[in-house]
Design a protein around this ligand. Structure first.
Ligand code: SF4
Length: 332
């Protein structure tokens, strides 16, 4: 557990992640997908998780709800009503089955995450049946209709199959499935990146509306900073398995402090013709996450690299109030 201030605010957090690690054994060595990350999430907030492909953000999202077993560390869920704290990395499978009702995920690809042999009705009914939520058919029918209504799916589509629907409607099915058990916490793993731009806006607005109505807590994973900015309260930037910067979304865009975040933001196109933006071009490739070098993971691409960066891994430190950065040159 961390003895330093945990990134995430002053109130008792809904979720506390302590020193979480997820390593995979591969033929070439140990792949450090998520490497010692700590942060907290407040009830009802949206934490954006952003970074390049392969930085570990989806693996982290899956570890948060124990779709993947973590290698080390803790993910502690705090129940506001009872005050009980549960470390979901340690509970038995029967306790985890109960907890699954509280923690859900929406997957990236609405084309492959739905069973093509099931109708819309059967797909939404599946989590209710698996968890034996209803004994009577009428109550289940009413709940499925309610869920379809909540996510904006017309009742006439209940007998259709996924291949008969467009990407936006398929993603609405995925969202309805995740809401079926009345969750509190939902990991949204690139939920709009496989969709057309106009459909993306519809799904983002739907997720926003649902959060306002039901007070869900979200982790929103994306490689697209503009999308993350649109939905997040705070944003964590990941690079090669580590969080390198974590701040309020406005602050991150106004005062990006880590050199990697600065480079990411400089790559966002500006829609005004008269505004010239200086693009920071990163040299070199992302290093392999297999047996990564000691020191700062970003050193091979950072134009400010110093001797200390090659020797010591920078900690995620608070450089401004609730603004955390992992860089030797920032903060005290
Ligand atoms: Fe660059 Fe060093 Fe900061 Fe890493 S610790 S981002 S190499 S200046």
């Amino acid at each position: 557990m961390n003895d330093v201030k945990t990134p995430g605010g002053e109130n008792k957090p809904y979720i506390r992640v302590d020193n979480l690690k997820k390593y995979f054994h591969t033929k070439r060595g140990l792949l450090h997908a998520v490497d010692d990350v700590s942060f907290t999430i407040q009830k009802g907030e949206t934490l954006g998780l952003v970074g390049e492909s392969g930085c570990g953000k989806s693996t982290l999202g899956r570890c948060l709800i124990r779709l993947l077993e973590s290698t080390a560390g803790h993910v502690v869920l705090h129940d506001e009503k009872t005050g009980v704290e549960t470390d979901i990395t340690k509970v038995s499978s029967s306790v985890m089955k109960e907890l699954r009702k509280k923690v859900q995920i929406v997957f990236q690809d609405p084309y492959s995450c739905l069973n093509p042999r099931l109708s819309v009705w059967e797909l939404i009914a599946e989590p209710l049946i698996v968890n034996s939520v209803f004994t009577g058919k009428n109550a289940m029918r009413a709940r499925i209709r309610e869920l379809m209504n909540t996510v904006g799916l017309a009742e006439r589509l209940e007998n259709n199959y996924p291949h008969e629907l467009d990407g936006g409607r398929r993603q609405r099915i995925g969202i309805a499935r995740s809401l079926a058990l009345n969750p509190e916490f939902i990991v949204l793993d690139e939920p709009v990146s496989a969709l057309d731009v106009c459909i993306q806006a519809q799904i983002l607005n739907l997720l926003n509306d649902l959060q306002k109505q039901f007070h869900y807590t979200y982790v929103f994973i994306s490689h697209n900073l503009s999308v993350v900015k649109h939905v997040s309260d705070r944003i964590a930037v990941m690079y090669l398995g580590k969080i390198v910067e974590l701040a309020d979304y406005k602050e991150l865009f106004v005062k990006p402090t880590h050199p990697y975040t600065q480079a990411l933001l400089s790559a966002i196109p500006v829609a005004k013709l008269d505004v010239q933006k200086e693009r920071i071009i990163l040299e070199g490739d992302v290093p392999s996450p297999i047996d990564p070098p000691s020191g700062c993971r970003f050193m091979g691409r950072c134009s400010y690299c110093q001797d200390i960066c090659r020797k010591e891994t920078p900690d995620l430190k608070e450089v401004l109030p609730n603004h955390f950065v992992a860089c030797h040159l920032k903060g005290a």
